[in-house]
Design a protein around this ligand. Structure first.
Ligand code: F6P
Length: 334
């Protein structure tokens, strides 16, 4: 069907856009991609503030092309974000639906992580307003896409921080446990560990971290390394960086051990070029998907190409780390 005929016949005239869950650098670039693509296609756009909470409270703001000027380089999200308990209940979703109907919003772009897509999937089983998702989380833990918005920036932030910690570790012959974000996933830890030449990387996906660490320390001790960096992904069932550091202090009394938890600084800052470009592509693709009558799907990037993945799959299936990289990290840290 010719493009303009398709647009004329499209059911979507006005879309909403929101950011939900933890913020991630590049969310603003995605909002910009959504708004500008919608305007280009003659659609109206409403910004929904504070994620699903804004749907329930009817916190909508009309957006034009100029609303997203000068934001591509900014971290955080101009629409604000939240984790919304009320949207988990049927009553909350009904309020949201009624508000969307009243505001004549006929499709919604949700920028967020798997919790946000679970909400979208349930809503789309109950109501006829289509939702399309854009993966936005620094954790990179969403199935069906190689990439999530914010991951690249967060990774670079971690690398910069660990490089600095390495300087002081070397100066004092110290061992540092550095805890990074990732909830239940080790993507940030694994990639930052390889990029910084960490002596060990502890991630939830790999069992037996304790034993590996012991072997590594014994080996490093023989070679008399002047510094040791152990990257620990938060949420590891054997404990975080503090718990692991305590064990090492007890087992290896000669080591001067310190802990550094990088925390929320990983979520802030100006997005990297990769995050800006990918977020722009995904914002554009999400609006095209709504125009094409898609619903309950996430747009992703696999092998450099835009893909569509049902919310059901994106939230249910587990994305694993690349185990070749786990082996590589071990080989290169001998
Ligand atoms: O989803 C991203 C993430 O940064 C996780 O790695 C982390 O566990 C979580 O958010 C913490 O978020 P908050 O402090 O906002 O609850």
């Amino acid at each position: 069907m010719p493009y303009f005929t398709k647009l004329f016949m499209a059911k979507i005239k006005r879309i909403g856009v929101l950011t939900s869950g933890g913020d991630a650098p590049g969310m603003n670039a995605a909002i910009r991609g959504v708004v500008r693509t919608a305007v280009y296609n003659g659609l109206e756009v409403m910004g929904i503030r504070q994620g699903y909470q804004g749907m329930i409270d009817a916190s909508f703001i009309p957006m034009q092309s100029s609303s997203v000027s000068d934001i591509i380089q900014r971290g955080g999200t101009i629409l604000k974000t939240a984790r919304c308990e009320e949207f988990r209940s049927p009553e909350g979703r009904l309020k949201a639906y009624n508000n969307l109907k009243d505001a004549q919003i006929d499709g919604v772009v949700v920028i967020g992580g798997d919790g946000s897509f679970t909400g979208g999937r349930i809503f789309n089983e109950e109501y006829d307003i289509p939702f399309v998702g854009i993966p936005g989380t620094i954790d990179n833990d969403i199935y069906g896409t190689d990439y999530t918005i914010g991951y690249d920036t967060a990774l670079n932030t971690v690398v910069e921080a660990v490089d600095k910690i390495r300087d002081t570790a070397s100066a004092h012959n110290r061992m540092f446990f550095v805890e990074v974000m990732g909830a239940e996933a080790g993507f940030i830890a694994l990639y930052s560990g390889i990029a910084t030449g960490a002596e060990a990387i502890i991630i939830p996906e790999i069992e037996g971290a304790d034993q590996d660490l012991k072997t590594m320390i014994e080996a490093g001790n023989t070679r008399k390394k002047s510094s040791n960096i152990i990257i620990v992904a938060e949420g590891h069932k054997e404990g975080g960086a503090f718990a692991m550091a305590e064990k090492v202090k007890n087992d290896f009394k000669d080591y001067d051990v310190r802990v550094s938890v990088l925390g929320h600084l990983q979520r802030g800052g100006s997005p990297s070029a990769i995050d800006r470009v990918n977020a722009s592509r995904l914002g554009h693709a999400a609006v095209e998907a709504l125009i094409d009558d898609q619903k309950s799907v996430m747009v992703g990037i696999m092998n450099g190409e835009i893909t569509l993945v049902p919310f059901r799959r994106a939230v249910k299936l587990h994305k694993d780390v690349n185990h070749d990289l786990v082996d590589l990290a071990k080989i290169l840290s001998v």
